[in-house]
Design a protein around this ligand. Structure first.
Ligand SMILES: C[S@@+](CC[C@H](N)C(=O)[O-])C[C@H]1O[C@@H](n2cnc3c(N)ncnc32)[C@H](O)[C@@H]1O
Length: 272
């Protein structure tokens, strides 16, 4: 039996068939050409067992990135596992926005609230080695993973702090960024199994219709921002109006923009 025939057999049973070849290729570190060349050759016994194992894990809804063990984010390779949310492409757009609007800042203090894998903090640090960046999370497991990712990517300008929003933080920041948990408990029923069963619920859900962490940030950010400080938030696509109102009340003199992601959905809020 060839690799192609074996893949096709398992792919019929998978909810997201494209993930099988993706996981195999990345786990075996095969470039595209090597993978294509392999497809019409006879599958080895070891790979037959390996492909069966991957298929089983995918059938149990384990996310492909957790099986591979890493993912790409803004040019970084980040280790991902059940300790933190798998960083999403929409969050790369938030990083792009911050970078494009703050090119003039050579020295800056940045705070990333709810850093997870460290995706936002580490990609900002990679692009701006002179920025002084604090990555905070309530989860010590997530912070251990983020710190591992900093080492793996040779980034030494990020410090890690365990904190419930601002509780263990001090001083003022030029930029505060956050992609907090923002899903309401009632939305659980509509969520994909691979997210619900494997990604940490602490990273997904927030009380008060998903608004609880935004409310805490809005209430306290004024004490932690410099006079010209800016806030950048990722939001759920239906939260633009509510979250912008929340921040407008606390920051009546600042400009609040709701910005769309590449698929045209409200996804980010910039406050400056
Ligand atoms: C949606 S994930 C975002 C992870 C990462 N920033 C990203 O964009 O991929 C939210 C993160 O916020 C953290 N978190 C949840 N509640 C928190 C709180 N009260 N204070 C600080 N961090 C919190 C979670 O542990 C999780 O890592």
């Amino acid at each position: 039996m060839t690799y192609l025939q074996l893949f096709q057999t398992y792919e019929k049973e998978l909810a997201r068939p494209e993930e099988l070849r993706y996981v195999f290729r990345y786990a075996k570190k095969l470039n595209y050409t090597a993978f294509i060349m392999l497809l019409n050759t006879d599958v080895s016994e070891a790979d037959m067992a390996f492909i069966a194992t991957i298929s089983k894990r995918l059938m149990q809804d384990e996310p492909a990135q957790y099986i591979v063990g890493n993912t790409e984010f803004y040019g970084l390779t980040l280790t991902v596992d059940g300790r933190a949310l798998i960083p999403r492409p929409e969050t790369e757009e938030l990083v792009s926005l911050i970078l494009s609007e703050n090119r003039a800042l050579s020295q800056a203090r940045i705070l990333d609230i709810g850093t997870g894998t460290g995706a936002i903090a580490l990609s900002l640090a990679k692009q701006n080695p002179t920025w002084d960046i604090t990555a905070a999370d309530i989860s010590s497991d997530a912070l251990a993973l983020a710190s591992h990712n900093a080492n793996e990517n040779a980034i030494s300008t990020v410090s890690f702090v365990q904190s419930d929003v601002f509780r263990n933080l001090s001083g003022c920041y030029d930029i505060i960024v956050s992609n907090p948990p923002y899903i309401a408990e009632v939305e659980k029923a509509d969520m994909a199994d691979n997210v619900l069963k494997y990604e940490p619920h602490l990273a997904l859900f927030a009380e008060n219709d998903g608004l609880a962490i935004y409310e805490q940030i809005a209430a306290q950010a004024g004490q932690f921002l410099t006079a010209t400080g800016k806030l950048y938030l990722e939001i759920g696509y239906l939260q633009g109006k509510t979250v912008s109102q929340l921040f407008q009340e606390q920051f009546p003199r600042k400009r609040i923009r709701v910005l769309k992601d590449l698929s045209g959905k409200d996804r980010m809020i910039a406050i400056d």
